[in-house]
Design a binder for this molecule. Structure first.
Ligand code: ADP
Ligand code: MG
Length: 227
């Protein structure tokens, strides 16, 4: 079930040569269950760091990340990433090249029985309109098809929250535009709470129920998108 996401005064610091550099500072937002939030900002402003903190790959210096009633992260709590019920569509989470599309989608479903897993994979492949591609390998799929399989894989375990990190940036402009709308419709249809980060304004506007602008690790504005 999708949950509401709440970040309260989140601060993330990378310890380094310069004695600690705060990549995300005093970052607060609330995203209601089932809504799609977009964070827009230039390269280096801290978008990926915010998502990594929510996913549990970076500890917080201070502040709190809550999903529904559960505290995922604070200065004293750090729930392991695999226990967060968070789905990822990140560039570095590309498809496993040696697994077929269907096996990629099945990857997060190891706890289901074989027949339940088969049914769920079929349902997800239909959802992303790639039912016929179950037995194909990633190199036999276009870039856009690969990203739809990546979405299906992330949605398969029914995460409470989906995180998307510039998921369309390696695609040509026409594919990017089409896929942006397709992914938005799939997220809406499944009632999925989701955060997408991008430096692409058109993409953010096309996707967002709520939109925020980031600058130097801070959230400058946050609120309902127009129109
Ligand atoms: P974006 O995703 O918006 O491009 P990032 O979150 O990747 O921004 O990076 C924000 C800032 O943190 C940048 O100044 C970047 O150089 C720095 N940074 C990112 N990852 C690390 C890391 N692992 N160690 C140290 N600094 C990092
Ligand atoms: Mg990034």
């Amino acid at each position: 079930m999708s949950e509401r996401l709440e970040l309260d005064k989140v601060c993330v610091v990378y310890e380094g040569a310069r004695g600690g550099h705060s990549a995300v500072e005093d970052f607060s937002l609330t995203l209601a269950a089932g809504r799609i939030g977009c964070l827009l900002g230039p390269s280096g402003c801290g978008k990926t760091t915010v998502l990594r903190a929510i996913a549990g790959f970076e500890p917080l210096r201070s502040g709190t990340v809550r999903l529904g009633e559960t505290v995922l992260s604070s200065s004293t709590v750090h729930l392991q990433p695999e226990r967060r019920r968070v789905g990822l569509m990140f560039q570095e989470y590309a498809l496993f090249p040696h697994l077929s599309a269907g096996e990629n989608v099945a990857f997060g479903l190891r706890r289901l029985t074989a027949s339940a897993r088969r049914a769920r994979v079929e349902e997800l492949l239909k959802l992303v309109d790639l039912a016929e591609a179950a037995d194909r390998y990633p190199h036999e799929l276009s870039g856009g098809q690969q990203q739809r399989i990546a979405l299906a894989r992330a949605l398969a375990p029914q995460p409470a929250l989906m995180l998307l990190d510039e998921p369309f940036s390696n695609l040509d402009a026409a594919t990017r535009e089409r896929l942006t709308l397709e992914v938005r419709d799939i997220l809406r249809r499944t009632g999925q709470t989701a955060i997408l980060v991008t430096h692409n304004q058109a993409e953010a506007r096309a996707m967002a129920d709520d939109i925020g602008v980031m600058h130097n690790g801070r959230l400058v504005r946050w609120g309902a998108a127009e129109g």
